[in-house]
Design a protein around this ligand. Structure first.
Ligand code: TNX
Length: 496
C-alpha cells in the first residue's frame, strides 16, 4: 500500500493489511446512531463502548440500538452478518462511505478491533474528554484487516511498585487502542506479593506491604483482581497472571517461614537486586503452596494461561530447577491451565502445551525442540523499561538503550536460531517497574514505543519502513495528549 493511501485514511496504527481510499468524506453528525445487528447483546455492548468513546468530545448523545437490517444513511453499523471467514476471529472489514460506516467481522472481537480503527480515523480531538469543535469527519474507503500473530501483549510489573486498579485500567485502555489482546500481570516478586490468596493470607497482607524504595506497596483483593480481569475481557484482552518461581520469591518467603529451607523467614526486601531467593525445592510444603496459589488464581482467571515465571533462578541449582519446573507443570495443567514461563523453562522437560517467553534470545530454541510455542520479548528490543537514551531519567539500561526506532525496526522471526515463524505465537513488550512509581511514569516508558510493538504483532512485515512509520506515529502525539497519556517527545519523530 502507498504511504499516501494510508495517510489519506488517517495514520492508523497498527497498519491495516489492505487500505483503499476513495477520496471522499463521511461526517458524523449529531443525529448519527450506532446500530448493531439484532439478537446479540455483546454487539450492543460493543456499540455502547464506541458511543462512550465518541460522546465526550463530540458532545453528542449517540444512540445505540439493535436493527434487523442495515440502517438508513448517516449512521454507523456493526454486524457479523455477511462476514468473510478468512478474516479470522479478530479480523474485520470496514467500509466508510459518504452516507455511512459499516463494520463487519466474524466475531465480536473483530468488531472491537475494527472500532479502534474507526476511532483513529476520526480527528485526534475525538480523544478529548471535553467537547471540541469538530467537524467529525472520516476519509472514505475500505479496509480489510486481520492480525499476523495471535499473541500481541504487554506486561506490567506491579510487584516492584504497586499500581492501583484504576491506573491499571487506564493502561489496559491504551493497549486496546492498539489492538493488543494479551495483558500479562507480573503479580509477585522479591519486593512484593500483589494478589490475595485466601489459603495463605499473609502473602498479600505482609508480603504485599512494601515495594522498591520501601513504600507501603499494596495488593489486589480477589474481587479487585476479578474486576480487572473482567475489564480487560470486555476489551477482548486476556489477562495472564504471573507468580514468579522458584526465584524472585522473597516476599512469599518473608511471609511464611515454612517456605524456606532453613525454616527462617527473611526480612521484606525493597532493593532491586535479582537472583538471591529460591523456594525450597525438595520440601512438600513448597508444592502445597504452589498448588494452593495456582488453584485460587486459576479459579479467578478465565483465560487459559498461568505464567509461573522461572527466570533468573540463580540461587536454585540447575538440577533442582529442572525438578521444580517438571513438578509444577502438572499442577498448572491439573487446574485446567496452560503453563507459560520465561525462556529458562526450556532447560526442563516440557509438556508440548508449554509456552516459553523469550527475553534473552538464548533458550527458547530448547523449548521449541520440545514442541513448545514461543512469545518473543527480546530485552534489547521489547523491554519498555529500558531507557530511550542516556538522558532518560526513568528506566534501566542493562540491555542497552532502546530508542523508538530500535523498538520498531526488528522482526520476531529473526531473534533466535531455531525459532521460526511457525513456532512463534507472537510478541509481548514487558514493562518492569523498579524505577516507575506513577501512571505517568508507566506511560512515559510505554509511549511512543508500544504502538511499534503492536504493529510488529499485527501488521504484515512487508514494506515496513521507519520513515513512513515515524510520520504516522507522529500523528498519534495529539491523540495521547487528548487522552491524557504522558509520553516521551522523542526528537527522532516529526511531531505535529
Ligand atoms: C530482568 S527479564 C528480569 C526482571 C527485571 C528486569 C529489569 C526477566 C525475565 N527478569 O526481574 O525486573 O530484568 O529490566
Amino acid at each position: 500500500m502507498s504511504d499516501s493511501q494510508s495517510a489519506a485514511m488517517g495514520n492508523i496504527i497498527p497498519m491495516p493489511v489492505l487500505v483503499q481510499a476513495t477520496g471522499q468524506t463521511f461526517t458524523l453528525s449529531p443525529d448519527a446512531g450506532i446500530y448493531v445487528q439484532a439478537g446479540n447483546d455483546e454487539l450492543l455492548r460493543i456499540g455502547q463502548y464506541l458511543a462512550d468513546k465518541l460522546n465526550p468530545a463530540t458532545g453528542y448523545a449517540i444512540k445505540v440500538a439493535p436493527v434487523a437490517k442495515a440502517p438508513a444513511q448517516g449512521n454507523i453499523y456493526l454486524t457479523t452478518e455477511g462476514s468473510d471467514a478468512t478474516l479470522g476471529d479478530e479480523g474485520y472489514a470496514l467500509t466508510v462511505a459518504q452516507d455511512g460506516v459499516t463494520l463487519v467481522a466474524n466475531k465480536p472481537a473483530g468488531l472491537f478491533r475494527g472500532i479502534q480503527t474507526i476511532r483513529q480515523m476520526l480527528p485526534p480531538a475525538i480523544d478529548n474528554s471535553t467537547v471540541q469543535p469538530g467537524p467529525w469527519t472520516m476519509a472514505t474507503g475500505t479496509i480489510r484487516d486481520y492480525p499476523r500473530f495471535e499473541w500481541r501483549g504487554a506486561m506490567l510489573d506491579v510487584a516492584r511498585h504497586f499500581f492501583k486498579v484504576d491506573d491499571v485500567k487506564r493502561y489496559i485502555d491504551t493497549l486496546a487502542y492498539y489492538k493488543l489482546n494479551r495483558f500479562h500481570l507480573h503479580l509477585a516478586d522479591d519486593q512484593g506479593w500483589r494478589i490475595e490468596i485466601k489459603s495463605w493470607p499473609k502473602l498479600a497482607t505482609y508480603g504485599g506491604s512494601t515495594e522498591v524504595g520501601g513504600g507501603s506497596g499494596g495488593y489486589y483483593t480477589q474481587a479487585e483482581y476479578a474486576d480487572l480481569v473482567a475489564y480487560a475481557q470486555s476489551r477482548y484482552i486476556t489477562v495472564i497472571p504471573e507468580i514468579d518461581m522458584p526465584g524472585h520469591v522473597n516476599a512469599a518467603q518473608a511471609s511464611y517461614p515454612e517456605l524456606n529451607c532453613n525454616g527462617t523467614a527473611p526480612d521484606l526486601y525493597s532493593g532491586i537486586d535479582v537472583g538471591f531467593s529460591s523456594l525450597c525445592i525438595d520440601s512438600d510444603m513448597t508444592y502445597k503452596f504452589v498448588d494452593d496459589v495456582i488453584k485460587e488464581l486459576a479459579a479467578l482467571t478465565p483465560g487459559p494461561y498461568i505464567h509461573i515465571g522461572g527466570d533468573e533462578a540463580r540461587s536454585t541449582p540447575p538440577e533442582d530447577y529442572k525438578r521444580f519446573i517438571e513438578r509444577i507443570q502438572p499442577i498448572v495443567e491439573a487446574h485446567g491451565k496452560q503453563m507459560v514461563g520465561w525462556e529458562e523453562i526450556g532447560n526442563a522437560k516440557l509438556l508440548p502445551t508449554a509456552i516459553a517467553q523469550d527475553w534473552n534470545d538464548k533458550m527458547t530454541a530448547q523449548a521449541v525442540q520440545q514442541g513448545a510455542k514461543v512469545i518473543i520479548s527480546s530485552a534489547t528490543k521489547a523491554y519498555m523499561d529500558m531507557k530511550y537514551d542516556p538522558s532518560t531519567t526513568l528506566g534501566l539500561n542493562w540491555a542497552g538503550y532502546t530508542d523508538v526506532q530500535t523498538a520498531y525496526d526488528w522482526d520476531p522471526t529473526t531473534r533466535e536460531a531455531g525459532v521460526t515463524e511457525r513456532d512463534i505465537l507472537g510478541v509481548e513488550a514487558p514493562l518492569w517497574s523498579e524505577t516507575l512509581q506513577t501512571l505517568d511514569d508507566i506511560n512515559f516508558m510505554t509511549f511512543p514505543r508500544l504502538p511499534g510493538y503492536a504493529e510488529i504483532g499485527w501488521s504484515p512485515a512487508t514494506g515496513r519502513s521507519w520513515s513512513e512509520y515515524s510520520t504516522r506515529l507522529a500523528a498519534h502525539g495529539p491523540r495521547w495528549a487528548a487522552l491524557g497519556v504522558n509520553f516521551f517527545r522523542s526528537s527522532d519523530i516529526p511531531w505535529k
